[in-house]
Ligand binder design. Structure first.
Ligand SMILES: [Fe+2]
Ligand SMILES: [Fe+2]
Ligand SMILES: [Fe+2]
Length: 447
C-alpha cells in the first residue's frame, strides 16, 4: 500500500478539483437512437471484416430507395435501422473462421449459385451455410433485445435471402418477404458489389447493370429496376461518396432522442454482445459499468461525470469487435502477432466513440483503459497522471470483475483473494490512491 505522503501526492495529481470542475463536460449527451447506432455501426463493420462505413452506406442506399418508393416515415426508419444492424450477428462470431466474409460477390449470390473457390471442402461449405444462418438469427435477436420493431429484426434475419427463395435455409421467396427486408437485402448486396477497388466513375457507369444482373434471381426485379434508375443519377453517387455521409445519417436523428436510462439500456445490450465475443459471461459489462459509476462518485466526481464514465465503460471493449474472437478467448499465451491485434482494440474504440457528438472525453478514457501508471501499458505507454483517472477506474473494475468471475481458464476467486492480487498492481498498473478508493467501494466482502 502507498504511504500517506504518497497518497496525498497522487491525490493532488489525480483528483485536483480544478481538473473536475466539469466546465467543458456536459455529462451524458442528448443523442438520438439513430446517431448512436449510426456511429457504432462502424464497430459492426469491423466484426464483419468490411471497409469502414459499409453499414452506413447500406443505410444510405436503403433510405434512398425507400424514400424514392414513397414509403411512409416509419417504414423508412425501419430500413435505416435494419441496414445499420444487418451484420451485428457477426459480432459474436469469428470472421476468420468463416471464409466467405470478404467475397467478390455477396454471400447470398455465392450461396445460391456455387461454392466459392476459397471453400475447398464439403465440411467448410456446411460451415459457411451454418455461419450465414447463425449470424442472421443472432443479429435479429440482438435487434429485438435493443427494442427495435419486429420489421427491423425480420429484415436483419433476411438480409441474405434471395428473391427466388434461395440463400438462408428458411428464406421465403418473392413477395412473401416483407418489403423492408427486400430493400435492405438489395442495399447490402449493391454496396458489397461497389466495395471493390474500382474508381467511383467506373462504378457510376456499371452500377445500374450490376443491379439488373441480379434482378429476378437474387433481387426483387421491380426494386432492382428502381434502384438502377436511382443509380443513373449523379446526386445518388455524390451522396454515397460524401466524406460526411456518416455525420449526415446521424443528423437525421431517427428513433428520437434517448433519455439517460434508455441510452444505458441500449448500450447494455451492446455490452452483452461484447461479453459474448470476449468469452465472458453475459452481464459482465453492465456490472463493470455500474461499479465504475459508483467508484467515480466515491472519488468525488460529479454525477454527470460518473454517468459519462458509465457510458464509456459499457462501450470500453467495443473495439474487440475488430479482433478475431479466437484470440480474445484463447486460454493460452498469445503470440506477438495475436497480441498486436488485441492491442488495437482501445484504438478502434476511441476512434468510433470520438465520432459521437459529446463523447469526446469518454472516447479518450476508453482509449486509455489499458494504459498503466508505470508506462508499460498500451497503446500510448502513458505514464503516471497522464493516465486519466477514469481510464484507471474502468481498468480496475474490469480486472476485479474478471478475477471474481469464472473464466474459461480458471474458477472465480474469492473477493479477498482478488483484492490481494489487485493490491500487487498498486504503483505499476494502477495509481495507489485510486486503488484504495476502489477497494473501499468494492469490498472486500466474501459472501
Ligand atoms: Fe450478413
Ligand atoms: Fe453487409
Ligand atoms: Fe480492454
Amino acid at each position: 500500500m502507498a504511504s500517506k505522503a504518497q497518497i496525498q501526492t497522487v491525490k493532488a495529481d489525480f483528483l485536483d478539483p480544478s481538473l473536475y470542475e466539469d466546465t467543458g463536460l456536459s455529462g451524458v449527451p442528448r443523442l438520438s437512437r439513430g446517431a448512436v447506432i449510426g456511429a457504432l455501426s462502424r464497430a459492426f463493420d469491423l466484426a464483419e471484416g468490411r471497409k469502414p462505413g459499409h453499414a452506413q452506406r447500406v443505410a444510405y442506399i436503403g433510405v434512398y430507395l425507400a424514400s424514392d418508393l414513397g414509403l411512409e416515415a416509419g417504414r423508412i426508419e425501419e430500413v435505416f435501422f435494419a441496414s445499420l444492424l444487418h451484420d451485428i450477428g457477426m459480432a459474436v462470431m469469428d470472421p476468420v473462421a468463416v471464409p466467405m466474409v470478404k467475397p467478390s460477390r455477396h454471400w447470398g449470390s455465392n450461396v445460391r449459385r456455387s461454392k466459392p473457390a476459397d471453400v475447398t471442402s464439403r465440411s467448410g461449405w456446411v460451415e459457411v451455410i451454418d455461419a450465414i444462418a447463425r449470424h442472421c438469427e443472432t443479429g435479429a435477436e440482438v435487434a429485438r433485445r435493443m427494442g427495435f420493431a419486429e420489421a427491423v429484426a425480420r429484415a436483419v434475419l433476411g438480409h441474405h435471402d434471395c428473391w427466388d427463395g434461395s440463400g438462408r435455409p428458411g428464406a421465403t421467396p418473392g413477395p412473401a418477404t416483407p418489403l423492408v427486408s427486400r430493400i435492405v437485402a438489395l442495399a447490402d448486396r449493391f454496396e458489397t458489389l461497389l466495395d471493390g477497388d474500382a474508381p467511383p466513375l467506373v462504378l457510376r457507369r456499371s452500377g445500374p447493370d450490376l443491379l439488373r444482373d441480379m434482378a429476378g434471381q437474387e433481387l426483387d426485379p421491380e426494386l432492382a429496376e428502381r434502384m438502377a434508375a436511382i443509380a443513373s443519377r449523379d446526386d445518388f453517387w455524390l451522396g454515397l461518396y460524401d466524406h460526411d455521409l456518416g455525420a449526415g445519417l446521424m443528423a437525421l436523428n431517427y428513433g428520437g432522442v434517448l433519455a439517460r436510462d434508455e441510452l444505458f439500456d441500449l448500450l447494455g445490450v451492446l455490452a452483452d454482445v461484447i461479453d459474448v465475443r470476449n468469452g465472458r459471461s453475459e452481464g459482465s459489462g453492465r456490472r463493470v459499468a455500474d461499479l465504475a459509476r459508483k467508484v467515480a462518485l466515491h472519488c468525488d466526481m460529479t454525477e454527470r461525470r460518473a454517468d459519462l464514465l458509465k457510458v464509456a465503460t459499457l462501450l470500453h471493449d467495443i473495439g474487440t469487435l475488430g479482433v478475431p474472437a479466437r484470440y480474445l478467448r484463447k486460454p493460452d499465451i498469445l503470440s506477438v502477432d495475436e497480441m498486436s491485434a488485441v492491442q488495437m482494440h482501445p484504438v478502434y474504440a476511441r476512434d468510433i466513440l470520438g465520432e459521437i457528438p459529446g463523447l469526446g472525453a469518454a472516447a479518450w478514457w476508453v482509449g486509455c483503459h489499458h494504459e498503466r501508471v508505470d508506462g508499460k501499458g498500451y497503446p500510448g505507454m502513458l505514464e503516471g497522471s497522464e493516465v486519466p483517472a477514469e481510464a484507471q477506474i474502468i481498468g480496475m473494475c474490469e480486472t476485479f470483475d474478471a478475477l471474481t468471475n469464472d473464466r474459461p481458464y480458471r474458477r472465480a476467486l474469492p473477493r479477498s483473494e482478488a483484492f490481494e492480487i489487485m493490491r500487487g498492481l498498486a504503483g505499476n498498473r494502477f495509481d495507489p490512491y485510486l486503488l484504495a478508493r476502489f477497494e473501499s467501494v468494492a469490498g472486500p466482502f466474501d459472501a
